[in-house]
Write a protein that binds this ligand. Sequence first.
Ligand code: FAD
Ligand code: SF4
Length: 511
Amino acid sequence: MKTLRFVLGDQLSQKISVLRGSDPTSDIILMVEVQAEAVSVRHHKKKIAFILASMRSFAETLRGQGFIVDYVKMDDPANMGTFGGELERAILRHRPDSLAMTRASEWRVLEMQRQWAESLDLNVSLLDDDRFLCDEPRFRAWASGRKSFVMEHFYRDMRRQTGLLMEGDQPAGGRWNFDHDNRKPAKPDLFMLPPRQFPPSALTQEVIDLVAVRFADHFGDLEPFWFATSATEAELARDHFLAHHLPRFGETQDAMLEGQAFLNHAVLSLYLNLGLLEPLDLCRRAELEWRAGRAPLAAVEGFIRQIIGWREYVRGIYWLHAPDYQGFNHLEAKRPLPALYWTGQTKMACMRAAVGQTKREAYAHHIQRLMVTGNFALLAGLDPHEVHEWYLSVYADAFEWVEMPNTIGMALYADGGIMASKPYAASGAYINKMSDYCARCAYAPAVKAGPQACPFNPLYWDFIGRNEDKLGSNPRMGPVYATWRKMGTVRREEIKVDSQRILEALDNGRL
Ligand code: FAD
Ligand code: SF4
């Protein structure tokens, strides 16, 4: 009995269900690099190189363990350029008795898999992706009958389920959430180490050369390329984070500093999402750092919450609402994505820093994504689908199941409050408090009106005013709307004029 085992590019884990029980003497492991996936949105060059190099390295590891791997490279002249085309060719080459696949992480590709299962004259198994801690039925059961999906409630269930940071049935330290002790403003720290970096291997360099030619017109800098591209390297990056950054993870979690792209963030999402690291193992190791007295509970709890809480929660939301989620536009935002999201050319220091860093590193940390580029898109009324495609293309860790709820739901409130009980809208004061950007900006965060005003200030009140019918009765927005309703017509007119001027400048590339 010969099984063709089709492994996708974000399924690079030895324990992935499609590889379980495989027979190295007869089964064929199929891995394919296809053009259609690299251009489904115009992915960042570094992201394409990261995925292809990690796929090739995973194939080498499997071969070293005695598996037969049929690997189709992108520049193979016979490559059909699509999953479907390559699967058909592989079936003709190998004449397998059956086909096994792990369910794709994205609705679009899962639909392809379902169609193959129906149309192919083969015994097809479509297996669950059990790298996640909360499967789809469990999330559905948790969500059913709830009016709102509060992440914190989900997270507590996950703590009980995994036993992480638990003392019996009670949370370690007597509290579920230590955010109160975290999230301090930015303070330059000369001794902040960068994440662990890896010089490209010969295999990675080959991929870099391919991407440089084939995707020359895609966004982003390809080099220097320093991401881990194997489980062994990703584990070194993980250990580096646990030793050097975890102890201060919480306190600098929301801070933003010019020239400090990573602060104490893990920069591990790309490895988790590809399968090079395991989420539960990572959390257990983080817990061990606290139990051994090497990291404070507040930091470790904050970190574990991001993974067993937010990461699992957004995946649950994605599958609960796919494929409709991508069309949500509760606030009816229509403005096209402006050029500055690609060029980074703007007088706004915060946007320049976030986009510039995204271009260089294919990385920005959560607060840059949420409160700078996301907040600006929300306030300026940018089209949610265009914004979603931007986030999906520019980050090395971006896969639809995790990117889409974060963008459409958390950052843009386009899902009408499924994920967030109120929009994450903020004026320049928030960015000024949490970063050192404003000191280098052409605009001033304390100025509320006129050409010197931080664009976030008029746009914030314009957003509040134009969405009053949709947000005005939200109890969590009560104090904001109380202020808005007390505002005189002169001030309201000033906001309108300033906002129009800002949006015109945005469209003309002069902001
Ligand atoms: P850290 O800040 O060190 O956090 C540790 C880990 O927690 C991360 O590695 C990640 O796996 C997990 N995590 C933290 N926050 C979230 C979250 N909100 N959702 C899911 N997992 C989380 N994350 C992605 O992995 N892929 C994306 O495409 C993505 N797009 C985003 C788009 C927007 C608009 C926003 C606001 C957030 C997005 N996030 C995304 C979530 C988060 O910003 C990244 O996971 C994080 O910045 C990755 O960097 P890190 O590994 O240094 O994370
Ligand atoms: Fe950003 Fe406004 Fe600060 Fe400039 S003043 S960096 S636009 S928040």
